[in-house]
Ligand binder design. Sequence first.
Ligand SMILES: Cc1ncc(C[n+]2csc(CCOP(=O)(O)OP(=O)(O)O)c2C)c(N)n1
Ligand SMILES: [Mg+2]
Length: 376
Amino acid sequence: MSKQSQSSNSRAAADERNSVAVIDADAPDQDQMRNDHEAVKKDQKRHLADYDRNTLVELLRQMLLIRRFEEKSAEAYSMGKIGGFCHLYIGQEAVAVGAISAIRKDDYVLTSYRDHGQAIAKGMSPDAVMAELFGKAGGCSKGKGGSMHMFDKSLGFLGGHAIVGGQIPLATGVAFASKYQGTDQVTLCFFGEAAVNQGAFHESLNMAQLWKLPCIYICENNQYGMGTSLQRAMSLHDISQKAVAYEMAGEYVDGMDVLAVKEATARAVERARKDHLPTLIEVRTYRFMGHSMSDPGNYRTRAEIEKYQERDPLKVFAATLLEEKTISDKDYAAMEKQVQEEVEQALRFAEESPLPEPEELFTDIYANPITSGKML
Ligand SMILES: Cc1ncc(C[n+]2csc(CCOP(=O)(O)OP(=O)(O)O)c2C)c(N)n1
Ligand SMILES: [Mg+2]
């Protein structure tokens, strides 16, 4: 099958269920996602039978955990317990949870500075994430990285990257390493839509398709790069179409629907694992909070935010499972309680964890040199 037909087949598959109309250049933010949450619920209900109950409950639990964790982080930040930048993921949880649920434990994930959700979805404990936010020694990066630099090699979670688009060539290299070593591991690379304007994005996609690398590029199109809307910064608004320039498979998916994200990622994973082929997935989503904790958000209206909040991926998926009686009100209340306790425990762990010792300033600065009998 030619690359082009793979691309159009994948587009056709996406069109069948997940996709909405290609963005209208004049009114992109209105048309990017299914307009009302009832449509998302209806679609989710049609697909529930494809999953066992445990899988569905776990997807909901992870989204709820990330939401409550970040609400608590915002509180702690406001109390001055967290220093530096802090970019929240609230509103985008279905992207990390849906996509990461479609890969294996030994696969890799790289993302931007908006990384708390991906870290938790990849298996990092809320304790390690919260302690890192607090700059404490018990954090995943020993308190030396902070919010933007979550990292755990043992989980295949390779950051947390503060340079916009910096993780894209790195992920491409990780995918190259997997192929070179003959494994069937795949790499998920998350980035925002503003990163697509970086040269590194284009260089990486070109190489990944040319060298057939098992890298899945997931663009989280939340429509803003800091305070700049995509309409003011990009000549082509349909980001998934950028795949065409590299003869790569590409599709777009509604990021407010956790099942749709999972399914789109699963299609890409199959392509990557079997044939070492990359994919570009554009996930249309929205962040409910400011760019970071210090953003007053004057560039968008309350009405716009509220419009997207109606499609809150967490609320919509919970409603789907409740209405279909996959879970009961009692189950959901118990889940809330368990998640709240987990977040409170993470807060206690972060509070009680010691600060890094001053000597830590000199550790983990350089990689250990690889020597082959010679001085490097
Ligand atoms: C190379 C580089 N340029 C500029 C910045 C400053 N900066 C930080 S976040 C950001 C916006 C990125 O937006 P997007 O990629 O859409 O991701 P989002 O924040 O929406 O998740 C910018 C310009 C940076 N960190 N790195
Ligand atoms: Mg963005």
